[in-house]
Design a protein around this ligand. Sequence first.
Ligand code: DGT
Ligand code: CA
Ligand code: CA
Ligand code: ZN
Length: 604
Amino acid sequence: MSRNDEVAALLEEFADLLEATGVEYKPTAYRRAAENVREHAPPIEGLASEGEDAVAEIDRVGDAIASKIVEYIETGEIEELEALRADLPVDMAGLTAVEGVGPKTVGSLYEALGVTTLDELEAAAEAGEIQEVSGFGAKTEQNILDNIPFAREARKRTRLGDARPVADEALAYLGDLDAVESVEVCGSIRRWMATIGDIDLLVASEAREPIVEAFTEWPEADETIEAGTGKASVRASGTRVDLRIVDGEEFGAALQYFTGSRAHNVAVRNRAIDRNLKLNEYGLFDVSDVDDADTAADDDAEVDSRRVGERVAGATEVGVYEALDMAFVPPELREDAGEVEAAAADELPALVETAELRGDLHTHTDWSDGGFTIAEMIDAAAERGYDYHVVSDHAAGPGIFGNTGLDEAAIAEQSEAVADAVSEVEGAALAGESADADVAVLHGIEANIDAEGAITTADETLAGLDIVIASPHSALDQDGEAATERLIRAVEHPHVDVLGHPTGRLINRRPGITPDIEAVVAAAADAGTAIEVNANPARLDADGDAVRAAVDAGAAIAVNTDAHTPRELDNARYGVHTARRGWAETADVLNARSLDDLRIFLDD
Ligand code: DGT
Ligand code: CA
Ligand code: CA
Ligand code: ZN
């Protein structure tokens, strides 16, 4: 974690605690500041050493917040934050994991009932104490009670977007050690599952102890869970990180084994058995000449029985698959869902890659709930080398908070602002002040699909836009049948180009709607509407299974970040890997197409 991220997290905690104590406006200021500190490229500790004024140069960081940041960098704590923590000793993350429970609720329930943990919250709700608190009722209490099991279950697994950066830091740290020959992630994180139980790492090296030692001394490790020979586990950012160290000649076999999934491994191992081969984490062995006596005679039979026979492969994963007469199976496909047969027939899909995306079709600005201007977001897209960029703020409508969303007049006004921003960015590029502005900007909207499937922005406004994304933001607890009808009606709407985050799920927070996905994607394919894979790691919606259904039905896929800040454009990789879990090829992905082809799709 960079110090910018660290400071941003502190400011966010500050905001939550302020909100919990009933302070108004200030929490929003702290959150905006946190967002900008996180986005700010120069290291915060450098600015802090120059003093408060330098820190206050960061957008939306005022003098008061700047002085707290300097205090933190200089002393390691912020006195006021420590006082807030002492006044409100609650498990904020645990409690706010319950849908419908925000910092304010946490503050009220602590004040009234002394609730500090999820267990205490549940006990208070079961005892009927919450409905007695002013501002709460029986319905709220029941809601809390209903949502606790989901929150508790959810907290056992880490979201991919939280775990992957930790894994990347571990990879970089281990990769820098002299004794390390190769290092890779394996397990569910290598398969890019939406949530992961733990992070698995594999190192090839002759030197076991020094690597275990260095791993337990990794600065990001908060605690050592266990340290053995050739194996160790630590906890970092709340997630368990397992490390295994193997010899170079066994690295590929171990990587294959520990990447899983278990079901994929069973299918691959059976293929080995059919060929008189034996596959395990030590290698692929030809056992056609081996009889039981060979193993029994060995002194160290327990380990070596696993290495019996002639080694056929094992140093590389590609070598293992090759020796089994099959193509290398990309980790995202290893779920025993037809990939073993496809690899054997050399019919694996040519999966889309992150570098092939040419633009983002769903982003926000400070016109709705984004934190940055239209020009800043265009600039960020240009910096990434994108060919096109879509500005798609929230339309006003059901599920969109207060006046965050744009009505028809504001959309018309924004069309002009987009044109102005394009000239502004072009001017800056000509003056050499910003990235190449060779990015086509399209003006769109994220419209709302109401509970019945109607789009709540006027048709003539939609007709004037380059692209319309329609998303469900309300009635996310309706039954599956109603959800199916709702989404089918939305994808069939003549002006809708993309179905945004189809279920509205928030990973580890709320399940979202449960439509009949096959029926929805079939309707989308017929109507020429793309299915979004929302790459925000809190969403990853559509998920891999839904993408696969969409690809099979012939619907286009749009991998969008839904970015509210420039840095969130980097979330694209989570969407791409989710699309890959759904077997999406480059040709299936709308925003991997050229601008001309994109326009043809949108005009149809
Ligand atoms: P997770 O961590 O729950 O998200 O899921 P994975 O898939 O990362 O599972 P994990 O961490 O328990 O083990 C990593 C991989 O190692 C797993 O996908 C397959 C392999 N593996 C581990 N233990 C066994 C086992 O007892 N049998 C088999 N066949 N494979 C195993
Ligand atoms: Ca794992
Ligand atoms: Ca593990
Ligand atoms: Zn949305």
